[in-house]
Ligand binder design. Structure first.
Ligand SMILES: NC(=O)c1ccc[n+]([C@@H]2O[C@H](COP(=O)([O-])OP(=O)(O)OC[C@H]3O[C@@H](n4cnc5c(N)ncnc54)[C@H](O)[C@@H]3O)[C@@H](O)[C@H]2O)c1
Length: 451
């Protein structure tokens, strides 16, 4: 193993790559490096995941088991909880969670813990890349000082005069843009933004990613790369909030917001459609913008768009619950005691991901107001205790006309493709549709309430 790797080292040779955090981001990345012929080790603190991976099994619905098995068999991929094995790799990519804590402030404990587990194993010439979404400054202010406790140095520098600045190891940030379940854009097709702590680090990281993605987009610093990812997600968060607010107005004015969006989207330039819904979900959009608004306070700056968008998006589940109560009221039923069936608990259609799902918030609010709940979701046969919710004993009820007929209302919270919306409407007394999923249903439209 070379002890003094240059940035060019990461260009051609078969590399040993360590991926820390084998979740929605880390696992596909690990498999992509394996597919490109590199030797990949997945590091995770969860021994159950490590055992499954080494047995060639997947725990993420859209990641194919046979792919994992193939790379385990060909010895291009294995997993471990033993972080000492980081010593043996050329490049280390960090893909651990970056959630918000109870006060909705950045929780960087996973990134910090990971930096501490790399530090005693860090070798000269190794490349470390942080991929976890975070505020600008994390790589240089949090990760770098911990890694430098090893005695090895990676000076922060930019510009042509630092092109060949001596550095003991390489450190970079490259945001992940994975869109779970997106069949059009996979990891290899999505351009990768890369910023280095210094120019050699940037070149090393660009060389690494050029082996597995079609296009690498260099930026001048780790901070610019960190901010680019936040801009992308804030753009989505703010536009979704805008359209959610306009939905509330349109509904009051008796205008169909979905029709309006479809009409506006025919403009061939300068408009991009965003769609309203029951609230934000997933790991990214409800969480990431607050990393920046938190950091902004350090600069005496209030990120008002982010806060406003957060306020509107957070209020959407409350709006949906009020709309359900109103719809039941029209049928001379109170929410208190109503039997309701929630369709879809995943945060978006066709994924097995519950994180920050607005369905869960809606269920909690409905229960607090006395509704009796069941749910169906083909991706979740049962629910478990979560950080903010406890639906521990709930199991997905089967969908049949007879069962649908037993509820006062069915609430479409997630528009999974596998649902037969005609059959759902035909069999239900009332359908509250938060996703415009029933737009093509032609029969019994009087049973549908769009909200
Ligand atoms: N899921 C997405 O669609 C997505 C998209 C873009 C960016 N991101 C970002 O990528 C990062 C990872 O997200 P994810 O969705 O893959 O999370 P995840 O929860 O699916 O996976 C994280 C993995 O890290 C492991 N882990 C936790 N602490 C660890 C530690 N100290 N050492 C080693 N492993 C550890 C967990 O066991 C888990 O397997 C986050 O910063 C997220 O914001 C996620």
């Amino acid at each position: 193993m070379p002890t003094d790797r240059k940035p060019e080292f990461f260009k051609g040779a078969q590399l040993k790559v360590g991926i820390i955090g084998c979740g929605y981001v880390g696992l596909p990345l690990a498999l992509r490096f394996a597919e490109a012929g590199h030797k990949v080790t997945g590091f995770d603190t969860d021994p159950a995941k490590v055992s499954l991976l080494n047995a060639g099994r997947s725990y993420i619905d859209h990641i194919r088991q046979d792919k994992i098995q193939q790379f385990v068999n060909s010895r291009h991929f294995n997993a471990t909880t033993d972080f000492e094995r980081l010593k043996d790799v050329d490049a280390i990519v960090i893909c651990v969670p970056t959630p918000l804590d109870e006060r909705r402030e950045p929780d960087l404990s996973f990134v910090e813990q990971t930096a501490f587990s790399i530090q005693p194993n860090l070798q000269k010439g190794q490349l470390v890349v942080l991929e976890s979404t975070t505020y600008p400054g994390t790589t240089e202010e949090l990760v770098l000082p911990i890694l430098e406790k090893s005695g090895l140095r990676c000076p922060v520098a930019a510009g042509i005069e630092s092109d060949n600045i001596p550095t003991d190891f390489f450190l970079a940030f490259s945001p992940e843009r994975e869109d779970p379940g997106n069949k059009q854009y996979g990891l290899a097709q999505i351009p990768k933004v890369v910023g280095g702590t210094n120019p050699p680090s940037a070149r090393a990281a660009q060389a690494l990613y050029a082996q597995v993605v079609a296009k690498v987009v260099p930026v001048s610093s780790t901070r610019a790369a960190e901010m680019a990812k936040l801009l992308e997600n804030i753009f989505r968060c703010v536009n979704i909030a805008l359209v959610n607010e306009l939905k509330l107005l349109a509904s009051r004015m008796n205008i169909d917001i979905w029709e309006v969006i479809d009409a506006a989207a025919t403009k061939p330039f300068g408009f991009m459609p965003f769609y309203p819904g029951p609230g934000l979900g997933g790991h990214c959009i409800p969480v990431d913008p607050f990393y920046l608004s938190w950091k902004a306070r350090e600069y005496d700056f209030s990120a008002r768009f982010i806060e406003l968008a957060g306020e509107i998006n957070t209020s959407m589940p409350y709006h949906i619950v009020d709309a359900i109560a109103d719809s039941l009221n029209k049928h001379k039923k109170s929410l208190n005691g109503a039997k309701l069936l929630i369709l879809g608990v995943a945060y978006k259609k066709d994924v097995d991901d519950l994180r920050e799902s607005p369905s869960l918030k809606i269920m909690q609010l409905l229960q607090q107001r006395g509704a009796q709940l069941d749910y169906n979701d083909p991706y979740f046969p049962q629910l478990h205790k979560m950080r903010h919710y406890n639906f521990e004993n709930m199991k997905s009820v089967p969908l049949s006309a007879q069962i649908l007929g037993q509820y006062d209302a069915a609430i479409i919270a997630t528009d999974h493709t596998s649902y037969d919306y005609h059959a759902i409407v035909d069999a239900s007394r009332l359908v509250v549709d938060t996703r415009n999923a029933t737009r093509r249903v032609t029969r019994n439209r009087n049973r549908i309430v769009a909200c």
